[in-house]
Design a protein around this ligand. Structure first.
Ligand code: BES
Ligand code: ZN
Length: 881
């Protein structure tokens, strides 16, 4: 249950002060028990700023005792309130000891120490980022206080045979009364948010890795007995990640063991605790029968992500939570590069850009917009956003593009060397990247400080007489809440120019020496600039923002023919997709405004995609992506007075037109792609992706193709194909779909992760009736309100990924979700707050929906006792523009 009620006070970046007290060492003794755990903490304190009294943070714990240098304090010698413990009489060098009692089994908020599963069969674990450690013991719970940890755990041996904490094992033994103990010493100083412990009954798999520095490392993955057989893929991914970070960034692992533990009860995806990562089971367990191809790639990415934090986050951590992007944005970028190097670069880039557009651009265009480095927050848990993560990663990527691969590596090397073992800032990162390359990167701070998505206008002009091509770039960032005026940001624009013969031209800017390069990166540093390329014979087709070199909205005056040429021939796979997507958006805009798309444009688009389907050498995954029209949320994002039903109809019209025009080719390709079995190599995954895309399109073109879907479902050898077919049967409302859904649930009973997909599939059916289905499924025996995976699979999918049903004109979708949010707020406030972001875009909708959404926001806010997490989202969503 949440203890604090109402909004928390706002914290400002400009108010940052270095800690007045530092901690040398902390010795924790933890007597574990699901109902009453007793935590004793002995800290050695150093006074950094004379005259400031010691004040520990705390939350939801029962204080039993306080000592200074061994002497028990009387109650009058300290002050205790809901959030802090102030001890005036502490001197420099003192040893402060506190003893508290906490109740893990009652901790449904999942911050601090809590129980996963049941008292009888469950286990105990922690989640401390961002401010969970204060739920375990009173402490200076801020990321710039780094300490050396020694942790002794004691617990009943039968129930909790495995005891783990960060660092190296340093002894274990029996206590005689059915209890046992284990001690851990972490040699690396760390902030409290990286603390972790796990206690329970697990099965383990073990492997080993020898680092480039020669350290032999034990790798262990621990899971409950029924899950251990699905941990092999994660272990392979871990070894790939460790090698990759050595080769690409020179980063080696630094302890003798690396542990990963899986849980089904976790509010987030995974957590990078030092040497003891904790994973949501959905990002760890994978085999072809119970996880899709996408799941396998997500495991690879998340394993990489948390592992890479060992340097970008743990060895060099964040000074304060305003610098969150310093670890998260950078680590997402490192993770993207990892997957790009070991799997498919183009596919990963397309997926990242789709996510950026859907989640970040829309966040940036609404009341929850904030800079990548916010300048204030009330509840920090609400700032683990698409902006901090995805736009933060885009900034790192842009710096990678302008500094080049080697320059970026040199810069990061310097950053890690300078700041190892300390807490750093965004300025520190830019300074290191700049110093290592003898460049001043201070202009890049604007990307971190300014919210809103820049619009980049590009206009090209060819002068046949002077044989030159002039490209004029102009930028503008629209106002966001609290930031009416914007300054220009540096925008790297990767460019290629294709000549009349279809070949990329050599690029030489006026006044430069010649070179052989056919692609180059222009940087627009001011509001506008013109770049003149010389020796350009005929009017070229410009391929701009190649690889999506900057997170901006590109507005270009290119003709449909030029876009079609790029969609067919650009040698940057990403830009082929980008051009096809731009064509589809133009078609959508026409269908939305006029009811019908332009026939000429439509035939250009379908001919181009048809030709692509015949290209034998093309990566099937890229073909599948090019055939997939952008989702409704992303198509709606440049509209005002959005009517999601109208958006859905217009989108469906162009999707169907494409499927009908290509029906014969789709069928031929569908048939040619059969028979991959269960292999999960990239090639097999790509073929399945295209085959399943063809199947969905075929059934859109002609519902009689449902027989293919029925056979596809019956003959599927892996979860990817099975779920894809089930989704198609659902979308055509096949007569047998209810029986198939029933059968699927029966077959996978007892597999919560698979049932979550089953929930999501039904929650995202693009039909208003999905709302009723979700309402019914809330009572399903596999759905538990206390399990965040269940909640996100059913309610999150519905509210955030099914605009047609969530925005039903009768308001039932809104009511269903608002009721759920209020119920969840009393259980897991973080989860309730994340669901509530679904109402953020209320002002961008047409008047009826706007009023209905507004009413639900008001209703939620009027509820007494709401958590700070939810209160913060509601207040910002409703704030005057
Ligand atoms: N440090 C975060 C996990 C976290 C987030 C803890 C918020 C507490 C509050 C972790 O490194 C992370 O970013 N996890 C992501 C997955 C990742 C692959 C982007 C997550 O949990 O969604
Ligand atoms: Zn992270």
């Amino acid at each position: 249950m949440n203890e604090t009620v109402g909004a928390k006070p706002t914290v400002f970046l400009r108010d940052y002060r270095p800690p007045a007290w530092c901690v040398g060492t902390i010795e924790l003794e933890i007597d574990l028990d699901a109902d009453a755990t007793v935590v004793t903490a002995r800290t050695t304190l150093q006074q950094a700023l004379p005259g400031v009294e010691l004040r520990f943070d705390l939350a939801a714990l029962e204080l039993l005792e306080v000592r200074i240098d061994g002497r028990v304090l009387a109650a009058a010698e300290y002050r205790l309130d809901e959030t802090s413990l102030a001890i005036p009489g502490v001197h420099d060098g003192a040893i402060v000891q506190t003893c508290v009692r906490i109740a893990p089994a009652r901790n449904s908020a999942m911050q601090g120490l809590y129980l996963s599963g049941t008292r009888e069969h469950g286990f105990l674990l922690t989640q401390c980022e961002a401010e969970g450690f204060r739920h375990i013991t009173p402490f200076l719970d801020r990321s710039d206080v780094l300490a050396r940890y020694t942790v002794t755990l004691r617990a009943e041996r039968a129930r909790y045979p495995l005891l783990l904490a960060n660092g190296d094992a340093d002894g274990a033994g029996d206590l005689g009364d059915g209890r046992h103990w284990a001690r851990f010493v972490d040699p690396h100083p760390k902030p409290s948010y990286l603390f972790a412990l796990v206690a329970g009954r697990f099965e383990s798999i073990e492997d080993h890795f020898v680092t480039a520095e020669g350290r032999a490392v034990r790798l262990l993955i621990h899971a409950e007995a029924d899950a251990i057989g699905r941990c092999g893929w994660a272990m392979q991914c871990l070894k790939l990640a460790m090698r990759w970070d050595e080769q690409r960034f020179g980063r080696c692992y630094d302890l003798d063991a690396f542990h990963i533990v899986a849980t089904h009860d976790f509010t987030m995806g995974a957590m990078e605790n030092k040497g003891l990562n904790i994973f949501n089971a959905k990002y760890l367990l994978a085999d072809p029968a119970s996880a899709t191809d996408d799941d396998h790639r997500h495991v690879l990415a998340v394993i990489g992500h948390e592992y890479f934090h060992n340097w970008s986050g743990n060895r060099v951590t964040c000074r304060d939570w305003f610098q969150l992007c310093l670890k998260e944005g950078l680590t997402v970028y490192r993770e993207q590069e990892f997957e790009s190097d070991v799997a498919s670069r183009t596919l990963r880039r397309i997926e990242d850009v789709r996510l950026l557009w859907r989640a970040q651009f829309s966040e940036d265009a609404g009341p929850l917009a904030h800079p990548v480095r916010p300048d204030r927050y009330s509840e920090i848990n609400n700032f683990y956003t698409a902006t901090v993560y995805e736009k933060g990663a885009e900034i790192a990527r842009m710096l990678g593009v302008v500094l080049g691969r080697d320059g970026f590596r040199r810069g990061l090397d310097l950053y890690f060397e300078r700041h190892d073992g300390t807490a750093a800032t965004v300025e520190d990162l830019l300074a290191a990247l700049g110093d290592a390359n003898e460049r001043d990167l201070s202009a890049w701070l604007a990307w971190y400080a300014q919210a809103g998505t820049p619009v980049l206008h590009a206009r090209g002009h060819h002068d046949p007489r002077r044989r030159c091509y002039e490209l004029t770039l102009r930028q503008h960032t629209p106002a966001t809440p609290g930031q009416p005026y914007k300054q220009p940001v540096p925008i790297p624009v990767a460019v290629a120019l294709y000549g009349a013969d279809g070949a990329a031209q050599r690029l030489r800017l006026d006044g430069e020496a010649g070179s052989d390069a056919c692609e180059r990166v222009l940087v627009l540093g001011a509001e506008s600039a013109t770049f003149r390329f010389v020796d350009i014979e005929s009017s070229p087709v410009a391929s701009l923002l190649r690889g999506y070199s900057a997170p901006v909205r590109l507005v270009q005056d290119s003709t449909a023919e030029e876009l079609a040429a790029l969609a067919c021939h650009d040698d940057d796979g990403f830009n082929r997709w980008f051009a096809a997507d731009t064509l589809a958006r133009r078609l959508f805009a026409q269908a939305h405004a006029e009811g019908e798309p332009d026939a000429h444009l439509l035939s250009l688009w379908t001919r181009c995609l048809g030709a692509m389907l015949d290209e034998r050498e093309l990566d099937p995954a890229l073909a599948a992506e090019m055939l997939t029209v952008a989702d409704s949320a992303s198509l709606a994002d440049s509209l005002v007075d959005v009517d999601p039903e109208a958006v859905h109809q217009a989108r469906a019209r162009i999707e169907t037109a494409l499927a009908s025009a290509l029906e014969a080719r789709l069928l031929a390709r569908y048939r040619a792609l059969h028979g991959d079995g269960g292999s999960i190599d990239s090639r097999a995954q790509a073929r399945r992706r295209l085959r399943n895309t063809c199947l969905a399109a075929l059934c859109r073109a002609d519902v009689r193709h449902r027989v293919l879907a029925q056979a596809h479902y019956a003959g599927a050898h892996n979860l990817t194909d099975r779920l894809a077919a089930l989704g198609v049967l659902l979308s055509v409302r096949d007569a047998g779909v209810d029986a198939a859904l029933e059968g699927f649930a029966r077959h996978h009973a007892g597999e919560p992760l698979v049932l979550d997909k089953w929930f999501s599939l039904q929650a995202t059916e693009a039909d208003p009736r999905a709302c009723d289905r979700v309402a019914t499924l809330l009572a399903h025996r596999a759905f538990r309100w206390t399990n965040p995976n269940n909640v996100f699979a059913l309610l999150g999918a519905f509210a955030l990924r099914n605009p047609r049903a969530f925005h039903r004109a009768d308001g039932n979708g809104y009511r269903l979700v608002a009721d759920a949010i209020l119920k969840l707020d009393a259980i897991t406030p973080q989860v309730a707050a994340r669901l509530a972001t679904a109402f953020g875009a209320w002002r961008r909708h047409e008047p009826l929906r706007r009023a209905l959404m507004h009413r639900e926001l008001d209703r939620m806010r009027a509820r007494e006792r709401i958590s700070p997490d939810l209160a913060d989202i509601l207040a910002r969503s409703l704030a005057a523009e």
